[in-house]
Each structure stands twice: as structure tokens, then as C-alpha cells.
Design a protein around this ligand. Sequence first.
Ligand code: RVP
Length: 504
Amino acid sequence: MAKVISDVSRTFSEYLLLPGLTKRTASPAKVSLCTPISRYGTGETPRLSLNIPFVSASMQAVSGVDMATALARKGGAAFIFASQSIDDQAAMVRAVKKYKAGFVLSDTNATPDTPLSAVLEKIAQTGHSTVAVTDDGSATGRFLGIVTDKDYWVKEDDLSRPVSAYMTPVENVYLAHSGVSLHEANCLLRKYRKDCLPVINAEGHLDSLVFRKDFIEHTDNPLELIDSEKRLIAAAGINTHDYKERVPALVAAGVDVLTIDSSDGYSEYQRDCALWIREKYGDSLVVGGGNVVSADGFRYLAEEAQLDFVKVGIGGGSICITREQKGIGRGQASAVLEVAAARDEYYEKTGVYVPICSDGGLSNDTQIIIATAMGADFVMMGRYFAMTDESPTEKLSIRGQRYKAYWGEGSNRARNWQRYSDEKNSSGKMKFEEGVDAYVPASGPLSEVLDVTLAKLRSTMCNVGADSLKDFSQKAVLTRISEQSFVEGGTSNVVQLDQTHSEG
Ligand code: RVP
């Protein structure tokens, strides 16, 4: 007869934290968010730690090169999506490893003949207002000039005129030449009092752009996640089908961290894949896997598969309908609590600490905080990052509101046959989908969104009297809340006026 667990399957929003003693000496600035992403033994230092406990999901609509560089610069990591050809994924990893902080490949370009109206559309899509004008409209074409939002007046100027009528031509642009160091480029920006410095090569082709705002951001990013050669850490998703070809290509491209991407990771396929990688590459790679929702699943992947970290969560993702379709899964809070306890028990028994990652279903900052308090060493998110400017999809406007497309890896749109290959039918479509194809509101630049979340996490940690994530989960006291106390936690019996419509 089937066994029924007596505990109800619960979600993060059913819990609150009780504050502990806040010490006078506590301050959010002193809180460390450093967290291990590789297994380690008692007394050892983890081979790799994140500087903030956030990674982005291995999904087409989330983790491309822009996300990977932006998130690594903030101290986390983006798992470049596996549902693409091996060559394309390796090229993305290579781009992350080659990324030189401060030198940006221009993503908003035009030819001199492009009408200003088309340029404005492009600006709306990329969110970047500096436009490089090149002979062929590419990021590396012959450089002819530059247009910024200071060169035209949308309401006054004729939008059908070519961009050449508005641009500052190359002969009047302050330039630098390929080979210039970042320090030199920043000195030139300061000297010329400019916001952007184009870097061109000996043939006059555009190489990159250096922005003043990036210089400021760089000094604001002391948590950058970098390797021993000061290159950004690169992470990528893999599957259990083509790993014998994919992993060597990713390693050749310089990848540092891999995660085996699967909706249900408690499987012999994951063990075989993980052991193959470990045998071939030893400890030079960090390899995680999952997803699991039980102590048994964790122990299997920690012990038998020797994984570096284990991801927790089935069916909680915002675009995920696995629970509805197949009837498997577990409330994310219950899963994290059980797996965190299994991790601690495993550590006590063996002296080996295997970090866990709560993956999916985090829909606001509070839930992120509760997940880490419950013992997740770090969290993986899709929707949160898909909403930011750095996700690979374009912004679109629907009734005045800006959105970005966001679809599950188990949707037909993703065509992720490796992850869901068993379910493909003869007509090339999945027999059933485990994910949906949707939109999310655009939230703005990653750095701004993340700074707010991190500020809240640090502040709550101070309330609990914790100065590190480990300390936080050890000191955390959580209480279950009733539906009534959930309602009480929001605003009540007040009227909030929309200030934009209020009269003098
Ligand atoms: P969320 O952050 O709630 O958007 O969830 C993202 C997670 O959802 C991913 O990390 C992955 O585990 C899961 N996912 C991705 N695609 C699908 C699907 O199509 N069912 N699920």
C-alpha cells in the first residue's frame, strides 16, 4: 500500500521569521553573503564560493552572456542554458570568460541611413541610449559616428530623417585605440568629460565601447566572482544525454561550474553523468545536479553521484506545470527543510558538507529570505532574472506596461528535447508540456533590482542577529502563519492614494 507522509506540503509564504537580539554593533554592511557552491570536508575551504547566494536558472529566456557577466559581476553566477547546440553554448561560455570588465560590445547600432524612428525603436528594445553608427550597422563595422539621446528631441525633430543628420561624426568623436587598458580608457573618459568612449582598431572598425557608468559600477562591485586569472566565473547547464560531447566543449571554452539540468534528478542517469565528469576532470570542475525534494534524493546525489551541490525543488517554478501534469513534486518550503536537515546530518556523519540550492517558486524578496533562513546555501531563480534588462529577450509594450517573454524549458517553445525527450511524439512536439510560454513585467537593470533584494536580506539577517548565511540559518526561528495573520501582514483599513493623480 502507498505510504502517505503525515506532514502537509508547505510553501515559503506560510512562514515568518521571529527577530532575535539585534546587537548595537550589527550593520548590514558587515554582513557576509559568501556561500559555498562546492562540497568540502571539515577544516577545508570550499573550492568555490559565491559572494551572493543567487544563481540564475539554466533557461533560454534567462541566462545568456549578458546575464552571466552581469550576475558574476555582482557576485553570483548564471547557468548558461543547455537547450542549444554544443557549439553555441560553448561560444557563450567563451564570451563570458573573455569578458573584460568595462569593454562592451555595442548592442544598439545603426547605419548612417537608418531613420531616427527605427533607431528609437531599437533603443526601446535594448534600453541603451548610446547608438554606434557603422557602415554595415553591426557592432564591429567601420565606425562612422555616434548618437546619444542628447542629439535629438523626440517631439521636435523629424523622425524620418536618417541618423547621419543627428550623429556626431567620427572626426569629432573622442576615441581610443584597441589595446588601450581599462585604466587608460577611464582616464580618457575623465579627461574628455564624456559618458562613452568608442575603441576602434587599426582598420577603423569598432572594437568596443567604454562607459563612464560602468567605471562607477565597477568600483561599486567589490563582490565580483572571478577566477585566479581575474576572469569572470562561468557556469553552464548540461543534460544527461550528450554530456560526453558537451562537457569537453564547455571545458575547452573555460567553464568553471556545471549543473545537470533535470526536472527530476533522483536518477541513475545523473549519477552516471556526474561520476563520468568527476573521473575525467577530478576537482577542477564544480558539478551540481538535481532536482530532488526528499532526504533520500539528496543522499543519493551526495553519496552515490558525489555531486558538489544539490538542487531542491520540483514543480514550484513560476512557469512550471509538472505537478499539474504528472502529479510529482512537493511544496518548496517542506522540500528545503527536509533536504537541509539531511545535508546537516550527512555532514555530521561524514564530515563532508554538500551545499543545497533552492530552485524555483521564489516570487518575492521575502520568500528568498525565508529560503536562506531555512538552510538553502543559495537560491536559483528564473522569473526574477527574466524580468531584468539583462535577460536575453526583448522588451515589449502592452497597454503602456513593459513586459519580457518568459517560457519554461518544458514548453514546446524551448524545444528542450534533452531535458524532456521521453515526452516527444512522432510529430516533433512534446506529448505533453511541463512548462508554459508567458510574459513577466520588466523590472529594470539587474544591478538595481538585486541591490534592493540584497539590502532586505542583509537587514533581516541583522534582525536575527546573524552576520553570515550559516549563522542566519542556525539562529533562524520560524513560525507558521495562519491565513488571517497573512492578511494582517499586508496593509489594512487604509486608503493608498495614487500620488500621480492627486490634486494640489
Ligand atoms: P522560477 O524562478 O519560479 O521562475 O523557476 C525557475 C525554475 O523552474 C528553473 O530553475 C527550473 O528548475 C524550473 N523550470 C524551468 N522550466 C520549467 C518547465 O518548463 N517546467 N521548469
